[in-house]
Design a protein around this ligand. Structure first.
Ligand code: G3H
Ligand code: 13P
Ligand code: ZN
Length: 307
């Protein structure tokens, strides 16, 4: 199965009120865990690559690993740039075979964000590549930007942004945030705002970043074997499910992959201290990713059997 763009995936997800999972990939075990889970569930999937992942593994390695994963599966897979910081990185990914890119100008003034998004859209669309953009600011830390507080997306601005920039999908801020520490008190998302944005942009795919749920089983397991994760709290799964009923077609998950792998690696190292073969702890880590992604697909995203 060749790599595909997300258009048909999102059209079906929108019509049937489910979301496609966009999982961050950094190495072979993560890619294998995700693709195995999606294949078993016959689910559409997006593999996304951050600037940090490109730096860590190198873009050609990631592309070849994804190609290798696809040789074992006939699953439709999108390869997407996550949080592209400028036109150049978007161009490099488009030229390198990505089927979708995100330009993230959310930290810029409105008109500047539109202008650069538009430039990326023009380059991408000439080459048949999808463009996600972002309006509003999520709290939390990403590679190139760190926000202490979020600025929620203004619904009228979202409409103007989409019309003027021509972006194909839009990441919005309604209370999710990046990383494992999302809420100190009770979790809450601004569903009224999401519903308004979705009503003003009918049939338009919205994207939720910072959507890890931070499963407490992983936090507890990691802490039991030496981690110090503190009061890590994520987005409750029922809230993610609710978001898929209001135009959210893509849900981004990275922190849950990190937590699953770290918890299982810590346990394996603690329980087999005589071992020094990396395969002995990377294998359970890969299995943890597979099980976690399978759970998301089946019980949270609702995209089982939709490939
Ligand atoms: O939103 C950010 C993603 O979790 C990627 O994180 O930049 O550390 O690879 P990263
Ligand atoms: P989490 O940190 O909640 O996994 O968010 C990931 C993300 O938004 C990647 O773009
Ligand atoms: Zn993100």
């Amino acid at each position: 199965m060749p790599l595909i763009g997300p258009k048909a995936m999102f059209e079906r997800a929108y019509a049937e009120s489910y979301a496609v999972g966009a999982f961050n990939v950094n190495n072979m075990e993560i890619i294998q865990g995700i693709v195995q889970a999606a294949s078993e569930e016959n689910a559409p999937v997006i593999l996304q690559v951050s600037a940090g992942a490109r730096k860590y593994a190198g873009q050609p390695y990631i592309m070849k690993l994804v190609e290798a994963a696809l040789m074992e599966s006939d699953l439709p897979v999108v390869i997407h740039l996550d949080h592209g910081a400028d036109f150049e990185i978007c161009k490099a990914c488009i030229d390198g075979g990505f089927t979708s890119v995100m330009y993230d100008g959310s930290h810029l003034p409105f008109d500047e964000n539109i202008a650069i998004t538009k430039q990326v859209v023009e380059y991408a669309h000439e080459r048949g590549v999808w463009v996600e953009a972002e309006l509003g600011k999520l709290a939390g830390v990403e590679e190139h930007v760190s926000n202490e507080v979020s600025v929620y997306t203004d619904p009228d601005q979202a409409v103007e942004f989409v019309e003027r920039s021509g972006c194909d999908s839009l990441a919005i801020a309604i209370g999710t945030s990046h990383g494992a520490y999302k809420f100190t008190g009770a979790a809450s998302l601004d569903f009224a705002r999401l519903e308004t944005i979705s009503r003003l942009l009918p049939k338009y795919p919205l994207v939720l970043h910072g959507a890890s749920s931070v499963p407490q089983e992983f936090v507890e397991m990691a802490n039991k074997y030496g981690a110090k994760l503190g009061a890590a709290k994520g987005i409750p799964e029922d809230m993610l499910r609710q978001a898929t009923r209001s135009g959210v077609c893509k849900i981004n998950i990275d922190s849950d992959i990190r937590l699953a792998m770290t918890a299982y690696i810590r346990r394996q190292l603690a329980e087999t201290p005589e071992e020094f073969d990396p395969r002995s702890y990377l294998k359970p880590a890969r299995e943890a990713v597979r099980l976690m992604v399978q759970h998301k697909i089946k019980n949270v995203l609702g995209c089982s059997g939709k490939a």
